[in-house]
Ligand binder design. Structure first.
Ligand code: URA
Length: 257
């Protein structure tokens, strides 16, 4: 028989787990022995061999990226740059701000005028898990708005705002200063924060994304990027959990308040 035979060609699961940074092989053997590792949804036994390119490996329920040549960058996107891999209008695009080999593509989207943190990766599965609303990864924004939102306006953000595509899920929101709103959402609808602020009567003046799940970086200057570390990548993947089968992303994960 030709093709990939997991028994003959596969790699030992503990070796794959160790390579992606979960600890020494011994530590990874313990994870398997404790029943914390699944392969394609089934609890793995010690001695299991896997095809890292094809099998879905999860630890404590969080799917791990096993792409061998995976590259993920964290970019501080400036305003006026388009979140796309190719713009037909000749405008500056985010992929021009990071190395072009290997080819990476943006994870989700920030609007043209939105600034702040954006991930770019060549790992399609990771990108999918980070953007799909059913995984509920939090995104935190600092918004400069017109006026100072009242308590009632902030409460509306927290309870859900009626937009033309439906009620938003409860957001975390606070007013750290005049004309400022700190808001955390996990849905990622089109122009969502802009529309939420308009709906409460405080249109956006400026929007900056300051956190993606566990990832933030206050020292990354606008227009610059860095590679996401292995530890950060693991944290990120641990934050990516199914929040139920709600395709609209209307549920919140257990840790949210
Ligand atoms: N919400 C918006 O309105 N714009 C963005 O770019 C991101 C979130």
């Amino acid at each position: 028989m030709t093709g990939f035979d997991v028994e003959a060609d596969g790699q030992r699961l503990q070796k794959v787990l160790a390579r992606i940074g979960l600890g020494s092989r011994r530590v990874c053997e313990d994870l398997i022995a404790e029943g914390r590792v699944t392969v394609n949804g089934e609890v793995a036994e010690l001695g299991r061999r896997v095809d890292p390119e094809a099998d879905e490996i999860a630890v404590d329920g969080a799917v791990m990226s096993t792409v061998v040549d995976g590259v993920t960058y964290l970019l501080n996107k400036p305003a006026g740059v388009v979140t796309t891999a190719a713009d037909t209008h000749g405008r500056p695009i985010v992929t021009e701000l990071v190395p072009d080999d290997p080819r990476v593509f943006p994870v989700g989207r920030l609007d043209l005028e939105t600034e702040g943190l954006l991930l770019l990766t060549n790992d399609g599965d990771l990108a999918h898990r980070l953007t799909h609303p059913s995984f509920g990864v939090e995104k935190e924004y600092l918004a400069e708005v017109r006026g100072r939102p009242s308590r009632a306006a902030v409460r509306r953000l927290r309870e859900g705002v009626e937009l033309d595509d439906g009620l938003t899920a409860p957001a975390k929101a606070s007013v750290p200063g005049d004309g400022l709103v700190r808001i955390t959402i996990h849905e990622g609808r089109n122009r969502q924060v802009r529309r939420m602020m308009e709906a409460i009567g405080h249109p956006l003046e400026r929007l900056v994304r300051v956190r993606i799940g566990p990832l933030s970086d206050h020292s990354l200057k606008a227009g610059t990027w860095r590679e996401v570390t292995q530890a950060e990548l693991l944290d990120l993947q641990r934050a990516v959990r199914r929040t139920g089968d709600d395709e609209s992303g209307g549920t919140v994960t257990g840790e949210k308040g």
